[in-house]
Design a protein around this ligand. Structure first.
Ligand code: ADP
Length: 381
């Protein structure tokens, strides 16, 4: 009699514990699920219903793979393997799929469930929704990546600025040295009877060096004009071949051995900024001179279909196809010949001038076979 009573008491105590546990599981904010060793769901609490969208009635008796995305099904074999060995899996971060198809980032803690004899008969899982945490982590990573990119770009810009200052200083230093030396020589020969002719030559030389320095400073000023939007055109009417002859004359008077072949259509009247077009053509011809290795340069100008084309062709080393797309960018210098490198601004400014006149510039070149630069502009803007 006493034994019966104590068994009854034990049973009701066990029932009370089970009821308590079930109440705790049901009121938990985490999804708590149990399954057999074959992955068949045996319990499914209210939080699991809310998280995955399946009711307990829908899930109990079904395979747990219902909520595992197809490409992650192998995870279940791994999990069941651990459980069979009596191992617990803690904070396993993975992805599950809700009834409406949307995916959730969850953290799983999975423990083996044993019967009264200690045999493993299944597993209990606690799933915590970490979608928001993962989203914040991703946002943080993206923010950090963006920050790294911005500081890299800043570092690159600073390095480019430092390089530009070094190149500009070097480029200005050379003509300045020649200029100073020329002045010293002038000073020395002043007053000597034979000095007049020599003085004239020295003055011309000093003039040329001053011209180079002015061009360099002008290019640097043009960069800030374009950046600040104050790059303006002063239009006037002029005849194109006249301007081109003037530009070419400057080159040949500086170097009488220079061979320039002309093909200029006469009578092309244009309403352009004469000084800027002079600058653009000068840039193209001075590049051609710099790279053409004493071979003849061709300059042509024509009008056809209402557009004017000015072309400068040289027989220099040419430009490789991958570099052709870069040479019109600011500070791009792609030549192998280091001694011929300038600021990398001439073509960029030339393109700005062509665009400001409503036109274009492009280069045609085959590596080793010379280059042709073509400016195409409407005659009246
Ligand atoms: P830079 O002031 O250095 O001459 P440019 O903007 O005029 O700069 O030219 C950019 C680069 O394009 C040059 O550094 C050179 O590598 C290449 N380039 C320009 N013109 C020619 C040409 N006629 N032949 C070969 N390469 C050229």
């Amino acid at each position: 009699m006493l034994d019966e009573e104590s068994t009854l008491r034990q049973e009701s105590a066990a029932e009370a514990v089970a009821a308590l546990l079930s109440a705790i599981v049901d009121s938990s904010n985490d999804a708590i699920v149990s399954k057999t060793l074959d992955g068949i769901v045996t319990s499914w609490n209210r939080a699991a219903e809310q998280l995955f969208g399946y009711t307990a009635a829908e899930m109990i008796g079904q395979s747990i793979t219902t909520i595992i995305p197809p490409e992650l099904r192998a995870e279940e074999d791994y999990v069941l393997g651990c459980i069979r060995r009596g191992e617990k899996i803690e904070h396993f971060e993975t992805i599950r799929q809700a009834k409406d198809g949307h995916r959730l980032n969850i953290s799983l803690t999975i423990s083996p469930v044993r019967d009264s004899r200690g045999l493993i008969i299944g597993a209990s899982k606690i799933a915590r929704d970490i979608t928001e945490k993962k989203r914040l982590e991703r946002e943080r990573e993206e923010l950090l990546a963006r920050e790294r990119e911005v500081s890299q770009r800043l570092a690159d810009a600073l390095a480019a600025r430092d390089e530009l200052i070094a190149i500009a200083a070097h480029e200005l230093r050379n003509p300045l040295n020649v200029f100073l030396l020329t002045l010293q020589l002038l000073h020395r020969i002043c007053g000597t009877a034979a000095g007049f002719d020599q003085a004239q030559r020295l003055i011309e030389k000093a003039h040329r060096q001053l011209g180079r320095m002015t061009t360099l400073v002008d290019r640097l000023l043009d960069v800030s004009r374009v950046r600040s939007g104050t790059f303006e055109l002063y239009r006037e009417r002029f005849e194109l071949s006249g301007l081109l002859m003037e530009v070419i004359g400057r080159f040949t008077s500086e170097d009488p051995s220079l061979e320039i072949v002309l093909d200029l259509e006469p009578g092309i009247e244009c309403d352009w900024d004469r000084i800027r077009i002079d600058q653009a053509v000068t840039n193209l011809i001075s590049n051609a001179v710099k790279y053409s290795l004493q071979k003849p340069i061709e300059v042509s100008a024509h009008i056809s279909c209402g557009m004017v084309t000015i072309a400068v062709r040289d027989q220099g080393p040419g430009i490789s196809p991958e570099n052709l797309g870069r040479i019109f960018e600011r500070f791009e210098r792609v030549t192998e010949q280091i001694d011929k490198r300038g600021l990398g601004l001439g073509l960029w400014i030339t393109r700005q001038i062509a665009h400001a006149h409503g036109g274009t510039i492009h280069a045609e070149s085959e590596f080793g076979k010379g280059s042709t630069f073509v400016i195409t502009l409407p005659p009246h803007i």
